[in-house]
Design a protein around this ligand. Sequence first.
Ligand SMILES: [Zn+2]
Length: 290
Amino acid sequence: MCGPEVMASVRQQVRQGRAVDRRRFIGGAGAIAAAGALGPLRGLTQGATPIATPLAGGRTISFESVVNLSHSLTPESPVWPNRPPFQVEAATTVAVEGFYANMLTYHEHVGTHIDAPAHFVDGGDPVDAIAPERLVAPLVVLDVTAQAEADEDYAVSVDDILAWESEYGPLPDGAFVAFTSGWDARFSDAEAFVNLDAEGVQHYPGFAPDAAVFLIEQRSIVGIGTDTLSQDPGNSTDFGTHVAILGAGLYGIEGAANLGEVPASGATVIVGAPNHAGGSGGPARLLALV
Ligand SMILES: [Zn+2]
């Protein structure tokens, strides 16, 4: 587990704004920026979102199938305790007005969704400021299904990352690192997904804060993903993984689906993040190109 001194140091850096220099953490894109290749693109912005930025490492993508990594969002979808459900109200119908549309009301953090740095960091990037090339990334899937079956509070560890590397090689630069714990099978049963105990404590797997710090400091990633309600294990009291990941200017995906259906290595993820100005995150359509 993460030593208290590590988290204290991360918090200190977040407060001082030092951990928000994400260039340090996105090796491929950082190298391109250092070489000046981003220069001509500066100023090409539409609102907060850059229109075009180069793909880290200049890689080529080929694929044979597309896998849906998002749950359908419904009023029954799990929410954080005491948060309002996702709401849908018909605005118009084909039968009456000739066209169908709804009004939606929801908390940004519902269903399969993205956490932008601004979710935990004052002055951190909102969701519409996340550079497009960071939303298309090599997909790394850590399979912790067996560990989660034995321990519903399982904290995905540095050892899990090293075990993946011993099988598949070094984490690719600019990777999106997700785990599959099998928890997505519970999504249609909100009570089982949130899994509160008698004391109101949630129980489900998440990333251990020291695994997040390892990915930030020792590897080059764009973000992390979980198939549970949070980046942190459900019983976390300090949200150390949120603090580390969002404090480093990276993003998190929570409530992903079907990560057990894609290869552990070699796929590409497309994070269809929402684009509302200043947002802390929001429901996202995740796709894997396999
Ligand atoms: Zn969230």
